[in-house]
Design a protein around this ligand. Structure first.
Ligand SMILES: [Zn+2]
Length: 88
């Protein structure tokens, strides 16, 4: 009992204007600048968030392209049979 559930902690670091911004899964964003210390948000974390979102979008796009390719190869057999039947 008492096993920590945060074993698989994902930690990503970004360098924005010489500020080290850290993203931890479950912990959110952390920055070392004064703006973040007072407002829990700053342009460094926002910039990093944008980069992270862009990476996620690229990953999703790659996944959907793979899905389209899988569907395309799956349908590739059928149209030939269908076109033969249509021409006869
Ligand atoms: Zn900052």
């Amino acid at each position: 009992m008492g096993t920590p559930t945060s074993d698989r902690l994902i930690r990503t670091e970004y360098m924005i204007d010489r500020h080290r911004v850290v993203y931890e899964s479950g912990g959110g964003w952390h920055c070392e600048c004064e703006e973040f210390k007072s407002t829990r948000e700053c342009r460094h974390t926002r910039e990093s968030e944008g980069r992270r979102a862009a990476q996620a979008m690229i990953a999703a796009r790659v996944r959907s392209v793979n899905g389209v390719l899988a569907e395309f190869t799956h349908h590739d057999v059928k149209p030939r049979q269908a076109s033969k039947q249509r021409r006869e």
